[in-house]
Ligand binder design. Structure first.
Ligand SMILES: N[C@@H](CCC(=O)N[C@@H](CS)C(=O)NCC(=O)O)C(=O)O
Length: 243
């Protein structure tokens, strides 16, 4: 059994998709990020960056010892699960393909993900009088990353080739919500096609429906929530720094 710390956001969907694709049993630990559950000491032991998704695997593969295995950061979780189950990643012995998988997981984690996250912040949560500059900046970066993906898909159906993999699972959720973020896929036909094919997968449908009624949908904004949106950085300071 796997404990799955989750809230219904694009980052949460990545791991939900993988768990559903693999048919792994999991216990949903639904988190309310706006009330600050991510700063609880017990959760920080699992996810020191105070963010979901995270998992704890109570039945780890050989080589991890007998203790349950905590994993944080979506790409690391997808990689761990792909390795555990032997699906959605190239053979480990194919060093060139593994190198490419790393590149695209790091690209998502360091580029597409953070830029989309900031775009979402300025689109959905920033105070009206401070929105424009940030929105324009991150929309440009979001588009630039769509262009990177468009080029990658020029000669292949999926990021790693003809097989759907964790690289696609990692990159799909932010492309999935391009329109609500204020972006458009009109200039990125291959991305639009790739998105459409992934969206139709039954496991993906189940994942994006998981706890759908708990989606934030703009209920909490910078001006009505002092837990999230950078207000709680104090919660992560080492104790001695507070004295
Ligand atoms: N790079 C991280 C991003 C995770 C992330 O940003 N999670 C957000 C929700 S989408 C979160 O838990 N935010 C809580 C907070 O910032 O306090 C990953 O891919 O796992």
């Amino acid at each position: 059994m796997i404990d799955f710390y989750y809230a219904p956001t694009p980052n949460g969907w990545k791991v939900a998709i993988m768990l559903e694709e693999c048919g792994l049993d999991y216990e949903l630990k639904l988190m309310d990020l706006h009330s600050g559950e991510q700063f609880e000491p017990e959760f920080l032991k699992i996810s020191p960056n105070a963010k979901m998704p995270a998992i704890v695997d109570h039945d780890p593969p050989d080589g991890y010892g007998d203790e349950p295995v905590p994993v944080f950061e979506s790409a690391a979780i997808l990689f761990y699960l792909a390795d555990k189950i032997g699906r959605f990643a190239p053979e480990r012995s194919d060093r060139r393909a593994m190198k490419e998988l790393d590149e695209w997981l790091f690209w998502q984690t360091g580029s597409q993900g953070p830029m989309a996250g900031q775009l979402s912040h300025f689109k959905n949560y920033a105070p009206d009088n401070e929105r424009d500059y940030g929105f324009k900046r991150y929309l440009g970066e979001f588009d630039r990353n769509l262009g990177v993906l468009e080029n990658r898909l020029a000669d292949r159906s999926y990021i790693m080739g003809e097989d759907y993999s964790i690289a696609d699972i990692q990159a799909f959720p932010w492309a999935f919500i391009a329109k609500p973020l204020g972006a458009s896929l009109d200039d990125f036909p291959r991305v639009a096609d790739w998105r459409g094919r992934i969206k139709q997968r039954p496991a993906v449908q189940r994942a994006i429906d998981l706890a759908k009624d708990k989606q934030n949908r703009g209920r909490h904004r910078v001006d009505n929530n002092d837990i999230i949106f950078n207000q709680s950085s104090k919660s992560l300071k080492p104790k001695q720094a507070e004295n």
